[in-house]
Design a protein around this ligand. Structure first.
Ligand SMILES: NC(=O)c1ccc[n+]([C@@H]2O[C@H](COP(=O)([O-])OP(=O)(O)OC[C@H]3O[C@@H](n4cnc5c(N)ncnc54)[C@H](OP(=O)(O)O)[C@@H]3O)[C@@H](O)[C@H]2O)c1
Length: 276
C-alpha cells in the first residue's frame, strides 16, 4: 500500500516537475493545477521595438493576451493605426515614439525609451525593428548611406537600446533579451543559399548576431537569444513560398523564450538551431 502511495506521489511530483519546466495543467484529486513554464512570459514587463506592424504587432498582441505590461515603439502615426487603437483600449500598453533612421533620431529614440520606462524593471526586451534596403543592397549597387542605415537600424539600434535598458533588465529575476535576427545572417548558410543579392541586409544581421552573442557572455544571468522568425507574411519584402502568419511567428518566438533556450543560441521560431 505504502509503495502504491509513494509511486502515486512520485508520479504527481514528476508530472508537476515537467509542467514546471514546460508549462501545462493537470488534475490532481479534485484540484485542477495550472503550472506556468519556468520561463513564462505571463504577467511580465516587456519592451517591443517596431511594434506597429508585422511580427512586432503580433508579438505585442500575444504579450498583452498574457497579461504583460508592454512598452511598444513605433515611429509614424500614419502606419500605426492598429497599435494606436489597441493602446486606447488597453492600459497595459504604453507607446513610445522611436525612429532609428539617423544618428540624431536614434539618440532621441533611446532617450525617449529611457524616459518612458524610467527606473522600472524590464523582464523581456524584443529587438524586433528591422530595415531592408531595397535599392542599394547588391554588389555593384552598394552605397554608403543605405548600408549605414541597415547597420544603424539592424545592428546599432538594438544594441544601444539593450545597453540603455541594461539597468532595467538587471532588476528582473529572469531577464530575457531577444534579437529578431534572420537566417540570412548566417554566414554558413550563405554558402548554400546565396544571399549575395542582399549584402547590406545580411551583413547587418550577421554583425548583430555577433554583438548579441557577445553580450550573452558578458551578462551571464540574462537569457539572450537570436531568433529567425520564420518566413513571415509582413510588409518585409520576401519571395519565400509557404510563409507563415505574423501570429504564428509570434507564438513560436514566445515558445522559444519560454523553453529557456541556452543563452547565446541562434535558432528559428521552432527552436531549431541555425549554424553561424
Ligand atoms: N518577414 C520575414 O519573413 C522576416 C524574415 C526574417 C527576419 N525578419 C525580421 O523580422 C523583423 C520584423 O520585420 P517584419 O517582417 O515584421 O516586417 P515589418 O512589418 O516591415 O516590420 C518592420 C518594423 O521595423 C520598423 N522599422 C523599420 N525601419 C525603422 C527605423 N528606421 N526606425 C524604427 N523602426 C523601424 C518598422 O516601422 P515602420 O512601419 O514605421 O517602417 C516596423 O515596425 C525585422 O527585424 C526583420 O529583419 C523578418
Amino acid at each position: 500500500m505504502n509503495r502504491i502511495i509513494r509511486a502515486a506521489g512520485f508520479t504527481a511530483a514528476a508530472v508537476l516537475g515537467a509542467a514546471y519546466i514546460y508549462g501545462g495543467s493537470g488534475n490532481f484529486g479534485n484540484r485542477s493545477v495550472t503550472v506556468q513554464p519556468k520561463h513564462s512570459v505571463t504577467n511580465k514587463v516587456a519592451v517591443v521595438t517596431g511594434a506597429n506592424s508585422g511580427i512586432g504587432l503580433a508579438l505585442t498582441e500575444s504579450l498583452l493576451n498574457r497579461n504583460c505590461r508592454v512598452y511598444a515603439t513605433y515611429r509614424n502615426e500614419e502606419c500605426s493605426k492598429t497599435l494606436l487603437e489597441m493602446a486606447k483600449e488597453n492600459p497595459q500598453l504604453n507607446l513610445v515614439v522611436a525612429d532609428f533612421d539617423t544618428e540624431e533620431s536614434l539618440d532621441t529614440a533611446i532617450a525617449q525609451i529611457k524616459k518612458t520606462i524610467g527606473e522600472r524593471k524590464v523582464d523581456l526586451l524584443v529587438n524586433n525593428a528591422g530595415y531592408f534596403e531595397k535599392r542599394a543592397n547588391k554588389f555593384g549597387a552598394l552605397e554608403g548611406p543605405g548600408w549605414s542605415k541597415s547597420f544603424r537600424v539592424n545592428t546599432i539600434a538594438p544594441m544601444l537600446v539593450t545597453q540603455a535598458l541594461a539597468p532595467n533588465l538587471d532588476k528582473s529575476d529572469d531577464p530575457k533579451v531577444v534579437f529578431i535576427s534572420s537566417r540570412r545572417g548566417s554566414i554558413a548558410r550563405n554558402r548554400d543559399e546565396h544571399y549575395e543579392g542582399r549584402i547590406a541586409y545580411v551583413t547587418s544581421k550577421a554583425a548583430a548576431n555577433m554583438a548579441f552573442s557577445s553580450i550573452s557572455q558578458t551578462k551571464k544571468d540574462w537569457g539572450v537569444v537570436m531568433i529567425h522568425p520564420g518566413a513571415v507574411i509582413t510588409n518585409f519584402p520576401s519571395v519565400q513560398p509557404d510563409r507563415i502568419s505574423a501570429k504564428e511567428s509570434a507564438e513560436g518566438i514566445i515558445g522559444v523564450i519560454e523553453s529557456g533556450m541556452k543563452s547565446g543560441s541562434f535558432v528559428d521560431e521552432k527552436g531549431k538551431s541555425i549554424p553561424w
